[in-house]
Write a protein that binds this ligand. Sequence first.
Ligand code: UFG
Length: 327
Amino acid sequence: MAHVLVTGGAGYIGSHACKALKAAGYIPVTYDNLSTGWQDAVKFGPFERGDLLDRGRLDEVLAKYQPIAVMHFAALSQVGESMAHPDLYWRNNAAGSLCLIEAAVAAGCLNIVFSSTCATYGDHDNVVLDESTPQQPINAYGASKRAIEDMLRDFGVAHGINAVIFRYFNVAGADPDAEVGEFHRPETHLVPVILDAIEGKRPALTIFGTDYDTPDGTCIRDYVHVCDLVDAHVLGLEWLLEGKGSRVFNLGTGHGFSVREVMNEAQRVTQREVPHSEGLRRAGDCTKLVSGSTRAEAELGWRPQRSTLSRMIADAWRWHQSGHYDA
Ligand code: UFG
């Protein structure tokens, strides 16, 4: 069976990708420095501890497994943190990815599936966000991811890298078997923050801003189930292995939900109250990010199966209530 190097395989999305890769007949090799990931989440293939900026370690691991492709998830991914500490984002995300891409080229591993983000688009009032929308990020996180996209393009021209770039919208939910799930410390993402508030693990949800130009004043996002998202990655890998070349795909459902709508749905699904308060806007937040593209469906044959708000919250809730989450 062929190996796939999964950077960030101990993290939320990376660990779900490892499960999907194993199910599809590949051996996922997790490469992770455990700065935000968890070794307990590495369940579906070998684990190699290492940092993206450690070129010697990358060379060693690439030589050991000779992967047919790299799935590159390892990154810092908090919009708020990126505004306060842009240095971390430029070093870990941008410089780290440069080191990885150079190592992959040197090892002759030219297929890369990259997790980018809709945060690269920035704020576009009433514009449908498709893959041709100009990328004007308004936070350092989005800027660092756009830089990596540019790197992949340039290395494609110069060194033959083939990259499938996925621009994620908001990822939520968990493995329905609760083998892996979302586990950030500290947690900042909306759905797990809501569930923590319900369970009393934090005093309350703070709604960041109620004066946005949206129907209920709170930000709108397009939520996609993590299992659907990683299914797209397996399709992206196969796209590359079939020699179809570099391509960018949005991964979202095209349906937007406000912070209040997500909160209300969580109350309905869990039958529990969400303690909450209204707070100030969070720096770097866009008003509305909703995908306006069907390219992934049309070209990759991607069909999200589980990306309803109720299903995402129910699966995340199951994971929260599993012993793993509190471990
Ligand atoms: N929110 C709150 N209170 C909280 C947490 C979040 O009101 O305690 C709001 C945010 O202000 C935002 C929405 O809920 O309006 C979603 O926030 P998240 O932090 O869950 O997600 P982001 O939209 O900030 O960012 C996420 C990922 C990024 C990705 C981005 C694309 O973290 O990697 O989605 O929108 F790029």
